[in-house]
Write a protein that binds this ligand. Structure first.
Ligand SMILES: NC(=O)c1ccc[n+]([C@@H]2O[C@H](COP(=O)([O-])OP(=O)(O)OC[C@H]3O[C@@H](n4cnc5c(N)ncnc54)[C@H](OP(=O)(O)O)[C@@H]3O)[C@@H](O)[C@H]2O)c1
Length: 303
């Protein structure tokens, strides 16, 4: 099976490319190699490339910038995924398209399932939801995977920012009134890998993941929920435990309303339920605490 990863320079795309390199015939296109805002170029390059499966991990992910660059957000996050979906359909290839918890408005206080109605409150969320719809309208056997608070070794995110700040300062603070669940890129790579194994065998995988199940929308996040403050606190606890040199021990509380530089609205609560994934595989994703602890041990403790 030939796999192409679009967005292979990003946090998730780079992780997918590296994790699959030894196992599959995989090629990546980073932003410089495929620009999703140039749809003619996208069509030309991908039509000339052989593949059975395309994973789209590229997106215009700057939530605040999307507010002021609405057209660009919709071009990259909505129109381009539709083009990718149609190219895949022409080639009889599968598309796995990555989407976000920000399609929800955050009003719920229990994990969002795939059946919950999306109601984005930002341009980023609107454009990502439009992208999901365009993908599935082109071919309902494609798969959209929604993830939340993505972290991993290939590009710094919140967790790396906290470690950096805590290494310099005795005091750090993070938002205490916004909740979701961190999701580790290597865990996403692993579950997508299991999906690929099921597809490539064209038979049910031992864990129950079959091609038939793997279409439409699926949520995947490490289990549990936390605020940014709890996420940061656990990060520091893990650093102290692993001997990573950080000065701060506790994380102060900030409120969303204090974030004067935020342009976009963000959902207060956007925990994704992994119940569908768990039902299909029989195994829940590991907890976000285990995933964070693993990340820090693996990528920070020897630095
Ligand atoms: N990060 C999160 O917390 C989070 C949460 C929920 C869902 N997601 C979703 O997860 C997926 C992966 O995100 P990520 O965390 O890996 O973000 P990321 O590190 O920002 O990666 C996105 C990639 O897309 C590329 N890109 C941007 N505009 C492009 C264009 N016009 N053409 C081609 N490539 C372009 C970026 O390249 P440049 O860097 O060169 O611009 C970057 O390599 C996205 O679909 C995102 O919406 C992310």
């Amino acid at each position: 099976m030939k796999i192409v990863v679009v967005g292979s320079g990003g946090r998730l795309g780079a992780a997918l490319l590296r994790e699959y390199r030894d196992k599959y015939d995989v090629a990546g296109f980073n932003h410089a190699q495929i620009d999703l805002s140039n749809l003619d170029d996208v069509r030309e390059r991908l039509r000339a490339t052989n593949f059975d499966l395309l994973i789209n991990a590229a997106a215009f992910t700057n939530v605040d910038l999307c507010e002021t660059e609405r057209d660009r957000a919709f071009l990259i996050n909505a129109e381009a995924p539709g083009v990718l979906a149609r190219i895949c359909r022409e080639k009889r290839a599968k598309l796995i398209h990555v989407s976000t918890d920000y399609v929800f408005d955050g009003q719920k206080r229990a994990p969002y399932t795939e059946e919950d109605e999306a109601n984005p409150i930002s341009v980023y969320g609107e454009s990502k939801l439009a992208g999901e719809k365009n993908v599935l309208a082109a071919e309902d056997r494609h798969l959209v995977i929604r993830v939340s608070w993505v972290f991993g070794p290939d590009r710094p995110s919140f967790i790396d920012g906290i470690i950096k700040r805590a290494a310099q300062d005795e005091e750090v603070a993070a938002i205490a009134d916004k909740f979701s669940a961190p999701t580790y890129t290597l865990d996403i790579a692993e579950i997508v890998g299991r999906i690929l194994d099921g597809w490539s065998r064209r038979a049910p995988a031992p864990d129950g993941l079959t091609a038939g199940h793997l279409q439409g929308i699926m949520h995947f996040a490490n289990t549990g929920r936390c605020s940014w403050q709890e996420y940061a606190q656990w990060t520091l606890d893990c650093c102290h435990q692993a001997g990573v040199p950080v000065k701060a021990r506790t994380v102060g509380a900030l409120k969303m309303k204090d974030m004067a530089n935020w342009v976009a609205r963000r959902p207060v609560y956007s925990v994704l339920s992994a119940a569908k994934y768990t039902g299909l595989t029989g195994t829940p994703p590991r907890t976000w605490r285990d995933a964070v602890a693993d990340y820090i041990t693996r990528f920070y403790s020897k630095k």
